[in-house]
Design a protein around this ligand. Structure first.
Ligand code: TRP
Length: 352
């Protein structure tokens, strides 16, 4: 299944293909910057969409920065509830999938003041009209749980530009929904450099080639929809979730994402876990029906995640270590952010 190509995303897709080659050739020239909002447990959609790719880039020798975007939690809700729990779970997931703190810097917004300070000069470089046109922000406003839209909702893409530019990240692995934000970052970098002098790179998007993973109800797998399989779930919880997944009445299992989204979503999940072609997986199950399909999916997911879950459980025993990973990441991020802020102050005339 390929990502739908539109006039907007086609250039980014073309650039991504060329980039992949340049990364292979010279990984040391790239600094990857990416991250997640701590709004719930990371799940298989994250794993195939982005987490897996971060480990791959790290292992290729790219310098990777990963932000736990705690301030971004406040874009569409009034309080960041269970923040500590979600952050700790996220750290466990990162470590369990193979992010290595010796090579990857893991940090969070609220621990890096100099990063946040970049928001001010950056806000001066974009217009209110530009902020209100952002299609991802519009979509989030439509689905927001707040009665009133906060100023942070409109400005968080600029804050995200600070996430990326404070460390001069030049490569941002993203899904399609994040492309408008990356455009904001590129615009800010370009305008800053034009106005004050060359400080920032114009980062490139590295579009994920992973197909969209559906949840157990046949809609997009999402933390908030109760349809996702968390990396940290137990094998039994996983089996239960998959047993309750929606299928249809046709016993013959096929891979037809357009006409049979629920069944095809399950086939795709098994295929991704097994690293096989979804058509071949469907063919093999044949007339076995929903029960056989669910057995295949459950086995595939639990087999793939068994070592991840075992490592996760080990790290969970050592919270002192897990916390020290974030502390060290924040220390490095602070050093980098202060250096960038000093440069920004200097070119802006030393007054800010
Ligand atoms: N907005 C991203 C999301 O919701 C998370 C994020 C915050 C991010 N800062 C970032 C992603 C910087 C890439 C780069 O998933």
């Amino acid at each position: 299944m390929s990502i739908t190509t539109t006039a907007v995303t086609a250039p980014a897709e073309r650039r991504s293909a060329g980039l992949e080659q340049r990364i292979q050739d010279a990984p040391g020239r790239f600094r990857v910057m990416t991250g997640d909002r701590p709004t719930g447990p990371l799940h298989l959609g994250h794993y195939f969409g982005t987490l897996h790719n971060r480990v791959r880039l790290q292992d290729l020798g790219v310098d990777v920065f990963v932000i736990i975007a705690d301030y971004q939690v406040l874009t569409d809700r009034d309080v960041a509830d269970r923040l500590g729990e979600y952050m700790e779970g996220m750290l466990l997931d990162y470590l369990a999938i193979g992010l290595d703190p010796a090579r990857t810097t893991i940090f969070n917004h609220s621990a890096v003041p100099a990063l946040n300070q970049l928001l001010l000069p950056f806000l001066s470089l974009v217009s209110v009209a530009e902020l209100s046109r952002n299609p991802t922000v519009k979509d989030e406003i439509a689905h927001s749980r707040q009665s009133a839209v906060s100023g942070l909702m409109f400005t968080y893409p600029v804050h995200q530009a600070a996430d990326i530019l404070f460390c001069k990240g030049n490569l941002v692995p993203v899904g399609q929904d994040q492309l408008p934000h990356l455009e904001v970052t590129r615009t800010i970098a370009r305008r800053f450099n034009e106005r004050y002098g060359a400080v920032f790179p114009e980062p490139d998007a590295l579009l994920s080639s992973a197909p969209l993973l559906l949840g157990t109800d046949g809609t997009k797998m999402s933390k908030s929809r109760g349809n996702s399989i968390a990396l940290g779930a137990t094998a039994d919880e996983t089996a239960r979730l998959i047993r309750g997944a929606r299928t249809d009445t046709d016993r013959r299992i096929t891979y037809e994402p357009e006409t049979r989204p629920e069944v095809s979503g399950l086939v795709l999940l098994a295929a991704l876990c097994l690293d096989r072609d979804p058509y071949a997986v469907a063919e093999e199950i044949g007339d076995g029906g929903g029960a056989a399909l669910k057995r295949t999916v459950t086995d595939a997911v639990n087999t793939l995640l068994a070592p991840v879950r075992a490592r996760r459980a080990e790290y969970a025993q050592d919270t002192a270590y897990v916390r020290s990973v974030l502390r060290a990441g924040n220390e490095r991020a602070n050093a980098v952010a202060e250096e960038t802020l000093a440069e920004v102050r200097a070119v802006m005339g030393g007054v800010l």
